[in-house]
Design a protein around this ligand. Structure first.
Ligand SMILES: Nc1ncnc2c1ncn2[C@@H]1O[C@H](COP(=O)(O)OP(=O)(O)OP(=O)(O)O)[C@@H](O)[C@H]1O
Ligand SMILES: [Mg+2]
Length: 368
């Protein structure tokens, strides 16, 4: 597999306007009531600063700033991923992933190691963001979590249940009750109304019809689309369709929400609005969310913790400010360069010339 290219160097700070400072360095304004169109809500504008010794200091992220932040560090673990591998190859399960030479031989024969020995844990109520460049393995990882892609090796535990050991019947029940996924391209059924789309998962689960409809209506109301219940997806804008996708996931009332680049492809204003909306919903519903993005600003706004993926590996896990202040390696450092430059810029020309902060010793922040 060809490793993904590193991100290009960031534009010079001097070429950026205040309004283009990374959203990571801002605090979200409290979201207003949801609605189908763009709102007039101004984004927050608190910028990052750099201290006299050059250490980058960031204001609280969108998550940090909300009441109570994300989940409590002692909240129970809902999702545990242990030494997960996915190798795209014929008979991949025959490859001994514990033997580096066997993995190399498979790669030489054309196998793609999309997920390479990945471990992490996500606590209840947490938004865990997986970020990485295109091809780094994010979608493969998130699809492995509900076995839409079969892992090559490793274990996945959700609420103590071993997903990797489930038979077909158990897996179907797991997918219908415990987990919901929101895709980038909505995945709406074009010939069903918005209400039917939202009720779809409940129908599959065999819920009584009145329960299906009531839950679907409630979920639509949560995303501000109750008036659109009788319309068809074609009548909706991209942002509204993605709200329907979110409503559909919420209606299932699953503990674990998996979101694979749900807001990519939407224009920046709508994207930001949906981010706000997700944060508002999360403050009410306390879901456990694995959110995939390749957008640092989105990652920093939404994530309680971030995992940075490179070529199938997780190279760093940590809270947003830890990652910005102490990037584990040059790859992560290049990712967060924009935010660090914004911090230096905010502190003025003298501060901008201050030395780099010393990276944290020994730790990627990986959860053991
Ligand atoms: N079905 C498949 N068969 C073979 N290789 C695959 C398959 N799906 C993905 N890959 C490869 O696995 C690697 C990881 O792909 P994946 O789609 O997980 O990356 P990603 O981080 O989600 O990228 P993007 O940001 O573009 O969505 C890539 O090299 C990709 O080409
Ligand atoms: Mg992807």
């Amino acid at each position: 597999m060809t490793p993904p290219a590193v991100p290009p160097p960031a534009a010079s700070p001097a070429s950026r306007t205040a309004s283009s400072l990374p959203a990571a360095a801002t605090v979200a304004a409290p979201p207003a009531a949801p609605g189908p169109g763009p709102s007039a809500r101004p984004p927050g504008s608190t910028t990052a600063t750099a201290s006299a010794n050059g250490a980058v200091s960031l204001p609280a992220s969108g998550r940090d700033a909300r009441d109570g932040g994300g989940s409590h560090p002692s909240a129970p673990v809902l999702l545990a991923v242990q030494n997960l591998w996915k190798i795209y190859a014929r008979h991949d399960r025959r490859i001994d992933v514990h033997d580096p030479e066997a993995v190399e031989r498979a790669e030489a024969r054309g196998a793609v190691v999309a997920v390479r020995d990945v471990s992490f844990r996500v606590r209840r109520g947490e938004i865990f963001v997986v970020m990485g460049l295109s091809g780094s393995g994010k979608s493969t990882l998130v699809r492995c979590l509900l076995r839409l892609v079969e892992p090559t090796a490793g274990r996945i535990l959700v609420d103590g249940d071993d997903v990797t050991a489930m038979d077909d019947r158990q897996l179907t029940a797991f997918r219908r009750t415990k987990v919901a996924m929101v895709f980038q391209h909505y995945g709406l059924l074009p010939h069903c109304t918005v209400l039917e789309n939202v009720a779809f998962g409940l129908r599959l689960r065999g819920e009584p019809r009145p329960v299906q409809l009531q839950r679907a209506r409630e979920a639509l109301a949560r995303v501000g689309l109750e008036k659109w219940a009788g319309r068809y997806p074609a009548a909706l804008s991209g942002g509204m369709r993605q709200r329907v996708g979110i409503a559909r996931a919420l209606a299932r009332d699953a503990d674990l929400l998996l979101m694979d680049e749900p807001f990519s492809g939407l224009d920046p204003l709508i994207r930001r609005e949906l981010q706000d909306e997700l944060l508002r919903l999360q403050a009410e519903l306390h879901k456990t969310i694995v959110f995939i993005t390749h957008d640092l600003q989105e990652a920093l706004r939404l994530g309680d913790r971030l995992a940075i993926m490179q070529a199938g590996r997780i190279v760093q896990v940590g809270r947003p400010r830890e990652i910005i202040q102490h990037p584990a390696d040059d790859y992560v450092r290049r990712f967060v360069q924009d935010v660090r430059e914004a911090a230096a810029l905010a502190a003025g020309p003298l501060r901008a010339a201050a030395p780099e902060p010393v990276p944290a010793k020994g730790g990627t922040g990986l959860v053991p």
